[in-house]
Design a protein around this ligand. Structure first.
Ligand code: HDD
Length: 730
């Protein structure tokens, strides 16, 4: 079991105060126990309420009924205003090398220390019950339970944000959430209010490019990058500070699904990402990320074309490489969704000595919001006492009372200074680990304004677009055409086209074509940020410099890890009469490489092979769908092949897998099945062995190189290049 593996690997001292053991003391297990009321009274009958006679009215006296119904009536808490839909897991983090040159954060200075973590992934806009596959930003929130208190890295799977100042956050969220009159659409940005807002917020341009890219459609939470977004500060023991951007790099690479596929998955399995994370951890295939940092010495603060404090900008990895400094492994699923995943409270303001804030105006506003929101969501100021939120180190202060207080504070004093209790609890000196804010010099006028260094709203949007592969660019064009196609107002569509024209005229032209519109001639000054300061809009004029970097490889998923099939889901289509060797040899080889293989047949139960062997079926063509798999294989066997060839659902399965650019393999004895598909006649005439890796389709002898090539193809994830030239109806 996953749980045992993670516990076994820990040193005994670590086990004593780590998070898993702390949580264990709160776990309730009712096996072998009598059922009781919440006050411990054994219940004799939980099937019938107390009545006046067996057909009589229910009596108010029935305290057992009342307790049960009252608790039930109050079981829901408000969902998060954003990031309501989420899934989480426990794990550990270890730094590779001592980082004390840059930071005194103890968990980053001791390669021997294993820090427990709890990580929650989420979508932003949808409600708790919405689909995992919405086109959306993904939250990537990590709680490190360090020996100096909790450090929360509350990031996203995209390195920038829509807005530069937190005062615009409620507007952004009101615009993207379902429209207030009819509560539509759910978990989607493809509607008028979102694009109305965005088209008047040129500062969103960069983030919009990310959100319209395939990054918004991850294949798995395990295959997403994470980013702290803001520039933070590292501070070392000498008090020397440097700027730092945090990254999470998934060891499985960064991969996405296609938009059409995402929409289908939303119907076939709206829990797709949740299930994927859960299943991988249960199977012991623990997801891993490396923590990366981009460090900029303070002296270099003004060395860049953009402002380090502007959260709509990233630092290109070409300018400041990402150093991989540690690894996070998720190795245990929560015991209880509500108590852990729902009640966890992250806060961007939970930092530890050695890490500090910058004056990024988005970060500064977040510092207020996260505690405030828990007061309503978790019902009061004691949410830090909920088991999942407790630090692993002792908590001692003079805060007292409040709803649902759990701690029984001993003694008379809840103030300081006090003489009665010798001034306990005491303040810690910096040398004793007391937190001291970075001594930043600030000499400024109090003013509502934005720095001119924030006004370049387009050059990094263009850098992102130009860095994409051709298929990725096509997907962005299609995504914008889809989203703006759902917008009813022509004026909003046109304004957005004018914004896109500032990023890339070709892109704007293609989207305009799809919308049946022309790009309007709107001057850059008129695309101003819509915050009028003293009515003087010119103060907020966007600028659009060229930008010195043409492309950045790190921004395209085309350059990601493509050499593993671990945890990939492969479908084998088969029916009675399948050739056992043709099926098993490929299946076994895939499993040996860490893939998950399902046999899909016309009906559930078993199929009988040519050799009269029973093979159990995992899914039927009715319960399965190609969108839930990464690749598909058709084994040989006369009757099986004849059945599949005549089975519309099997042919649809293959056509759809082709449409979504997945690897497809067939034993040469099953060629007939492929010949019945749409895509087969679309393959190039010169199609043969050498073109296999371009097209992602292989027909061969299961006993020769077929399996090896198929494994290589699956590792490549998708064959996006074939998407446009070989479009098929499916
Ligand atoms: Fe936020 C939740 C990430 C800007 C206000 N945010 C929340 C979560 C993530 C982020 C991952 C979910 C945490 C969880 O799983 O419980 N938020 C971000 C990032 C931002 C950002 C990366 C920009 C860089 N957020 C942001 C701003 C504000 C908020 C500017 C308000 C001024 N965020 C919240 C919140 C939430 C939240 C309302 C909702 C639930 C919660 O906090 O606990 O306070």
């Amino acid at each position: 079991m996953a749980k045992k593996t993670s516990e076994k690997s820990k040193a005994p001292a670590q086990q004593e105060n780590d998070k898993t053991n702390q949580l264990e003391s709160f776990v309730a297990d009712s096996s072998g126990q009598f059922m009781t009321t919440n006050h411990g009274l054994k219940i004799n009958d939980d099937q019938n309420s107390l009545k006046a006679g067996d057909r009589g009215a229910t009596l108010l006296e029935d305290f057992i009924l009342r307790e049960k119904i009252t608790h039930f009536d109050h079981e829901r808490i408000p969902e998060r205003i954003v990031h309501a839909r989420g899934s989480a897991a426990h794990g550990t983090f270890k730094v590779y090398e001592d980082m004390s040159e840059w930071t005194k954060a103890a968990f980053l200075c001791d390669p021997g220390a294993e820090t427990p973590v709890f990580v929650r992934f989420s979508t932003v806009a949808g409600s708790r019950g919405s689909s995992d596959l919405a086109r959306d930003v993904r939250g990537f929130a990590v709680k490190f339970y360090t020996q100096e208190g909790n450090f929360d890295l509350v990031g996203n799977n995209m390195p920038v944000f829509f807005i530069q100042d937190a005062i615009k956050f409620p507007d952004l969220i009101h615009a993207v959430k379902p429209e207030p009159d009819n509560e539509m659409p759910q978990a989607a940005s493809a509607h008028d209010t979102f694009w109305d807002f965005i088209s008047q917020m040129p500062e969103s341009s960069h983030m919009v490019m990310w959100a319209m890219s395939d990054r918004a459609l991850p294949r798995s939470y395990r295959m997403m990058e994470g980013f702290g977004v803001h520039t933070f500060r590292f501070v070392n023991t000498e008090g020397v500070a440097s700027f730092v951007k945090f990254h999470w790099k998934p060891l499985l690479g960064v991969h996405s699904v296609a938009w059409d596929e995402a929409q289908n998955i939303s119907g076939k399995d709206p829990d797709f990402h949740r299930r994927d994370l859960w299943d991988a951890i249960e199977a012991g295939a623990f997801p891993e990320w490396e923590l990366g940092v981009q460090i900029v010495p303070e002296a270099d603060e003004f060395k860049f074309e953009f402002d380090l404090l502007d959260p709509t900008k990233l630092i290109p990895e070409e300018l400041v490489p990402v150093q991989r400094i540690g690894k996070m492994t998720l190795n245990r699923n929560p015991e209880n969704f509500f108590s852990e995943t729902e009640q966890v409270a992250f806060h961007v303001g939970h930092i530890v000595p050695g890490i500090d804030f910058t004056n990024d105006p988005l970060l500064q506003g977040r510092l207020f919001s996260y505690t405030d929101t828990q007061l309503i969501r978790l019902g009061g100021p004691n949410f830090h006492e909920i088991p999942i939120n407790r630090p692993v180190v002792p908590v001692a202060n003079n805060q007292r009372d409040g709803y649902m207080r759990q701690t029984i504070n001993r003694g008379k004093t809840s103030y300081g200074p006090n003489a009665i209790a010798n001034n306990d609890p005491q303040q810690a000196k910096a040398a004793e680990g007391g937190f001291v804010s970075y001594n930043e010099r600030i000499d400024a006028k109090k003013i509502r304004a934005r720095s001119r260094s924030f006004f370049d709203h387009f050059s990094q949007a263009r850098l992102f677009f130009n860095s994409q592969s051709d298929p990725e660019k096509n997907h962005i064009t299609d995504a914008l055409s889809f989203e703006l196609g759902k917008v009813k107002s022509v004026a909003i569509r046109e304004r957005m086209l004018a914004v896109l024209a500032q990023i890339d005229k070709g892109l704007a032209g293609e989207v305009a074509y799809a919308l049946g519109l022309h790009i309007p001639k709107i001057a850059l000054e008129d695309l101003n940020n819509s915050i009028p300061a003293d009515g003087d809009r010119a103060e907020y004029a966007s600028t659009n410099p060229k930008g010195s970097l043409a492309t950045s490889d790190a921004l395209s998923m085309a350059h990601t890890v493509k050499d593993t099939i671990k945890t990939r889901k492969i479908a084998i289509l088969a029916a009675d009469g399948v050739n056992e060797k043709s099926l098993s040899s490929v299946k076994d080889a895939l499993i040996a490489e860490g893939a998950v293989v399902h046999i899909i047949a016309p009906k559930l139960g078993e199929i009988i092979s040519e050799e009269n062997k029973k093979i159990s079926v995992d899914e039927s063509l009715l319960t399965a769908a190609s969108v839930l798999y990464d690749a598909v294989y058709v084994p040989a066997g006369g009757n099986s092949v004849a059945t599949l060839e005549a089975e519309a659902d099997a042919i649809h399965f293959l056509n759809e897998a082709f449409k979504h650019c997945k690897a497809i393999a067939a034993d040469e004895g099953a060629l007939q099945v492929l010949e019945s598909t749409y895509f087969f006649k679309k393959l190039p005439a010169d199609y043969e062995e050498e073109t296999v890796l371009r097209e992602g389709i292989i027909v061969g002898d299961h006993a020769s190189s077929l399996t090896k090539t198929f494994i290589k193809m699956i590792g490549m994830h998708r064959f996006w290049e074939r998407e446009n030239p070989r479009k098929i109806p499916a």
